[in-house]
Design a protein around this ligand. Structure first.
Ligand SMILES: *Cc1c(COP(=O)(O)O)cnc(C)c1O
Length: 365
């Protein structure tokens, strides 16, 4: 069996460090917003090149709190992509705003800056690009549009920890950004976790308050907040992995490139790197007209595979009605043909060859 992600192999490498840190935390009994959360926030801010990094309970919460802190609320339009995980749009709905789904670039699958520009109305308040599958969206153009039209730029970095564009980390460009530490992400915890980044002192102060019941001083509450703190135990694990994130992402890039090289002659479309930034291959996603046959052959051999994403958000039951008039031809075409292969820092070259051989068997038969 070849899993989509091999978390066991990663654990073997950091086991001693993690177990020491967890034991220490248990001994100290400082379970909520303790020294490891504080240290991780500092280390993450320094790595990402931002003034503030605030640990929260999940990536979904990170995006939600970022939107509140940037003043996005009822009736505001937020332009985003429909080719993403549901949480991108959920966060927008939580604040009472309206997700305006626009089409993607056919090669990178990231939100199209031209489509964003066309969708701007007097009600538009923010743009929320997703650095999908680990490849930065075209942030030069998107940031320029946001500045021209006085819009907030909120980055969904849940799949892009460590990816950079023009020498800047994703999550350091917009007004505020959200990261996820869901276990399978490039930087993953052993449970849920998330991070908001911002260079604004004011937004950072709001997010710190919001994650902790609207409170700066214990038992004094200024606003209605949430219980959304990054867990101290998760921070121990994240600190051990953050030290190694560049290594992990380099390995992911190697895996991605080897797959693409080995499949260059096959009738499918391997991931396109636009060269604007550095892709960190959260997923290795390709297009194939014979997707169903390929997936069946992989499943028969117990090789992990998945469709990210089979149904674009504007066509999901939850959005069908409010998006009745929305047509996104590129998104819909990509969703009909895309599939993803196993990828993680621990996928061996021989295993990659084995996976490709199965796909080759289907497509050259
Ligand atoms: C994983 C993910 C999220 C949500 O993160 P959670 O930590 O699971 O809440 C949001 N957006 C995208 C694009 C994601 O991949």
């Amino acid at each position: 069996m070849i899993p989509m992600v091999n978390l066991k192999a990663q654990y073997a490498e950091i086991k001693d460090e993690v177990e020491r840190g967890l034991a220490e935390t248990i001994e100290n009994c400082s379970f909520i917003l303790g020294p490891n959360v504080q240290a991780f926030e500092k280390e993450a801010a320094s790595y990402l090149g931002v003034k503030h990094a605030i640990g929260v309970a999940s990536g979904t919460d990170a995006l939600h709190l970022a939107l509140i802190a940037e003043g996005i609320g009822a009736g505001d339009e937020v332009i985003t992509t429909a080719f993403t995980f549901i949480a991108t749009a959920e966060a927008i709905k939580y604040v009472g705003a309206i997700p305006v789904f626009v089409d993607i670039d056919p090669q990178t699958f990231n939100i199209s800056p031209e489509a964003i520009e066309k969708a701007i109305t007097p009600k538009t308040k923010a743009v929320m690009p997703v650095h999908l599958f680990g490849q930065p969206a075209d942030m030069t153009k998107i940031a320029q549009l946001c500045e021209q039209h006085n819009l907030k730029l909120i980055e969904d970095c849940c799949q892009s920890f460590g990816a950079s564009i023009n020498g800047k980390q994703t999550g350091s460009i917009g007004h505020a950004s959200g990261f996820s530490f869901f276990p399978s992400k490039n930087l993953g915890a052993f449970g849920d976790g998330g991070l908001v980044t911002t260079n604004s002192d004011e937004s950072a102060a709001k997010i710190k308050q919001l994650r902790n019941h609207g409170s700066d001083v214990r038992y004094y509450h200024d606003v209605i907040g949430y219980n959304s703190r990054l867990d101290e135990m998760q921070a121990v694990i994240l600190r051990a992995k953050l030290k190694r994130i560049d290594q992990y992402n380099q390995r992911r890039r190697h895996v991605g490139h080897l797959y693409s090289q080995l499949m260059a002659d096959l009738p499918l479309t391997t991931p396109y790197e636009d060269g604007l930034g550095e892709h960190v291959y959260h997923q290795y996603t390709l297009l194939c007209d014979r997707r169903d046959e390929v997936l069946k052959a992989l499943q028969d051999k117990q090789i992990g595979c998945a469709i990210y994403y089979p149904v674009p958000l504007h066509q999901q039951n939850v959005f069908k009605q409010e998006c009745a008039g929305v047509s996104l031809p590129v998104t819909e075409a990509v969703a009909a043909k895309c599939f993803s292969l196993p990828i993680c820092p621990y996928l061996e070259d021989d295993t990659i060859r084995e996976i490709v051989a199965v796909i080759r068997g289907v497509l050259t038969a």
